[in-house]
Write a protein that binds this ligand. Structure first.
Ligand code: ZN
Length: 243
């Protein structure tokens, strides 16, 4: 299985009960690779309780790591957890790919005599000597390409304090449990309108509405979102989006 890390927003049952079954399936499939599970601060004790269910075991290491609002770098990407408001310890995440260098300027490379294996050397060393002249990779590549960025709020009522990294995201996945304030009452969830407002606040390129109450039809949610923003879609199981 390709999954190496799991990011948990909070420990309500509908967000973590699937973990036990998933881990047991990993075991059945012969997994040996380490699994890292990131959870909000002060919740490790509940994770231990979750894994104390009868007959639960895994033949691989599981590291449960508490996070709060620190940026964490991985190979090629980074995450930035941030606190949300859900009545229990809860966080959202900014997930982002690192910026990558711009494309080679083919024409310029041709003119300078860079060809074949030289591209690999240039990539590896950041510079290369051609015809007695040292050329740096920056001279022959375009502007850096910004890494794509996804913000996932998890369950939350509307918040306005987001980390700087959350702004100008490519996709915002936001709690949109309710359509009306009447239905929402005092719950720690958001309405579709509030999700749209947050998308505007963050200048998100696309908004994905999720955690929709079963009392609504998808069409109703779509119609509600169209009143406030044009770039929203309603999430569904196994939805894939190309960025
Ligand atoms: Zn919840």
């Amino acid at each position: 299985m390709k999954i190496s890390k799991i990011f948990i927003t909070h420990l309500h049952a509908d967000h973590v009960m699937g973990l036990v079954g998933l881990i047991q399936s990993m075991k059945l499939n012969g997994r040996t690779q380490l699994l890292e599970i990131f959870v909000p601060k002060d919740t490790i004790v509940y994770m231990k309780q979750l894994f104390s269910i009868p007959y639960f075991s895994a033949d691989f290491d599981i590291h449960v790591i508490e996070v709060f609002d620190e940026k964490i770098e991985f190979d090629g990407y980074w995450i930035r957890p941030f606190p949300v408001s859900h009545g229990v310890p809860a966080i959202g995440y900014v997930f982002a790919a690192n910026d990558s260098r711009g494309k080679f300027n083919k024409k310029l490379c041709d003119e300078l005599g860079i060809k074949g294996e030289m591209f690999n050397l240039l990539e590896k060393n950041g510079k290369i000597e051609v015809n007695g002249r040292e050329i740096s990779i920056d001279e022959v590549t375009g502007k850096n390409r910004k890494g794509k960025k996804i913000v996932y709020t998890g369950d939350t009522e509307k918040i306005e304090a987001f980390p700087e990294e959350a702004y100008h995201c490519d996709v915002l996945i936001h709690d949109s449990t309710f359509i009306s304030q009447e239905d929402k009452k005092e719950t720690y969830h958001s309405t579709v309108k509030e999700a749209c407002e947050v998308a505007q606040l963050l200048s998100a390129k696309k908004l994905v509405l999720t955690h929709i109450s079963q009392r609504y039809e998808t069409k109703e949610v779509e119609e509600e979102s169209k009143k406030y923003c044009e770039n929203a879609i309603v999430a569904e199981d196994f939805l894939e989006i190309t960025l």
